[in-house]
Design a protein around this ligand. Structure first.
Ligand SMILES: [Zn+2]
Ligand SMILES: [Zn+2]
Length: 227
């Protein structure tokens, strides 16, 4: 909570003012601290029923169902099913009248319902978890390598580039893209940027012109993007 508070204040957000918090799935890197956060704030905690059941004792919870939007004020949030070794994991489309954002991490492959949400995105936070060769040749034990590269694991840089190319081709304006959930062992910011850029170029999309690529760090908050 202290770290969350510190990071939020560094980008001008008062953590106590957060009204709604969305959880993708129950893995520790996504739920650590959620009980404390719920206890110290009055925020609603949204997740699939199965994710919530995996985290008993969290207060102010509300269930989400894939493809059934909910509203936070004028903001519409639509959960999308992802492919991951978790119980009913989700990604999110967040939109209001003027902007639309996709948040998609922790999926072994392109979500089956993704296509219906790809039009006119202004921003996307997209998993680029690993470089395939770095994972293959890296230090992880074989079963873990297999899990990460499986269809219930994580998106590699090339898969991420393929999804992003479709997003760009279906956007009116060049979207901003934050590559996220980069592995610290099996990827590097420069490698992810290069792999995604190469995939984009192979599909006729020019990074820097057609899409703005950024890296979301695990350690420092990303800049605030306004539309
Ligand atoms: Zn996960
Ligand atoms: Zn994760």
């Amino acid at each position: 909570m202290r770290e969350l508070n510190k990071r939020a204040s560094s980008v001008g957000i008062d953590i106590l003012s957060v009204t709604d918090c969305f959880i993708t799935h129950e893995h520790t890197d996504h739920v650590r601290g959620i009980k404390t956060f719920a206890k110290h704030t009055s925020s609603n905690i949204w997740a699939s029923k199965e994710t919530l059941s995996s985290n008993p004792g969290v207060k102010n919870t509300s269930d989400l169902t894939p493809n059934e939007p909910i509203f936070v004020g004028e903001v519409k949030v639509t959960p999308i099913s992802t492919y991951h070794d978790a119980v009913n994991p989700l990604g999110f489309v967040v939109e209001n009248e003027s902007s639309k954002v996709l948040i998609l991490t922790d999926t072994g492959k392109r979500p089956k319902d993704l296509d219906r949400y790809l039009d006119n995105l202004d921003m996307v936070v997209l998993e680029a978890n690993h470089n395939v060769r770095m994972l293959e040749n890296g230090p992880y034990p074989y079963p873990l390598k297999k899990r990460i590269s499986s269809q219930l694991g994580h998106l590699c840089n090339e898969d991420s580039g393929e999804i992003l190319a479709d997003i760009v081709n279906r956007s009116k304006n060049p979207p901003a893209c934050f590559l996220a959930h980069l592995s610290e062992e099996n990827n590097k910011p420069q490698v992810a940027l290069l792999d995604v850029a190469n995939t984009l170029k192979s599909k006729g999309v020019l990074p820097g012109k057609d899409v703005q690529l950024e890296i979301a760090s695990q350690h420092i908050p990303s800049k605030i993007v306004a539309f």
